[in-house]
Design a protein around this ligand. Structure first.
Ligand code: DX5
Ligand code: ZN
Length: 229
């Protein structure tokens, strides 16, 4: 009988976990990066907020650049800012691997996504809860990554909006019929209680801020999120 490796029967890919550093201890940012790397983070999720696009201010490209030498885990930079086109080069130079802009921001979306890709960096597009999934369709040719917000952007520690999950199928079905490979990330309120809904919906990358950083053991928290069935 023909021996078929088990791998062929495995699910295409397991869900990846991206700890959101919004909840880290910034007095030891470097150590926190090393801690999440050792704990099994697949991506480092970095939330940039300008106090204009969202009602909160965090950090910019210089902080990301300081953090870059501490880990080789890819930096997933979530820009919750207006006019992101003005700062793309700064985030590329700071060491971003994926740069995600918001569809609701004030820059030209197509041009900014192309600008990101011109540097050889992955381009992501995020939608806030009130934005319909179909609104990403015009950009599907250009984007590598779609970030579905499962809370209103701006703050960590909010409750997961389960009614965002049908957006995953809408986008995945569209991608499939257009022969497009897309990664779908969800962000906001993801923890041990809500990760199952992300898995059922087919999310590829789950962001978790308080769910990972407030846990006593980050490695156990990340493994539990990945293992949840
Ligand atoms: C919210 C940010 C999230 C946030 C998630 O605007 O985009 O990345 O840090 O935090 P939790 O997992 O605590 O909801
Ligand atoms: Zn985020």
């Amino acid at each position: 009988m023909l021996e078929v490796p088990d791998m062929l029967y495995m699910e295409e890919k397991e869900m990846k976990i991206a700890p959101s550093f919004l909840s880290c201890d910034f007095s030891k940012f470097g150590e926190e990066l090393v801690r999440m790397d050792k704990a099994g983070a697949d991506y480092i999720h970095l939330d940039v907020m300008d106090g204009h696009f969202v009602p909160n201010i965090t950090f910019g490209a210089p902080v990301i650049k300081w953090g870059r030498p501490y880990t080789k885990v890819p930096f997933d930079v979530h820009l919750m800012i207006d006019e992101p086109h003005r700062y793309i080069e700064d985030f590329v130079n700071a060491g971003a691997d994926i740069i995600t802009i918001h569809l609701e921001c004030s820059s030209n979306i197509g041009d900014t996504l192309r600008q990101i890709k011109s540097y050889g960096v992955k381009a992501g597009l995020s939608i806030k809860p009130k934005t319909a999934a179909e609104e990403v369709f015009p950009y599907m040719e250009i984007v590598d990554w779609i970030l579905i917000m499962t809370v209103e952007p701006g703050f960590g520690g909010q409750s997961f909006m389960a009614d965002m999950m049908p957006k995953v199928k809408v986008i995945k079905d569209y991608a499939k019929t257009h022969g497009k490979e897309i990664i779908i990330e969800a962000d906001g309120g993801i923890n041990a209680e809500t990760i199952g809904m992300c898995q059922d919906a087919g999310i590829d990358v789950a962001v978790s801020g308080t769910g990972v950083f407030k846990a006593d053991d980050a490695a156990a928290a990340i493994s539990a999120l990945k293992a949840h069935v």
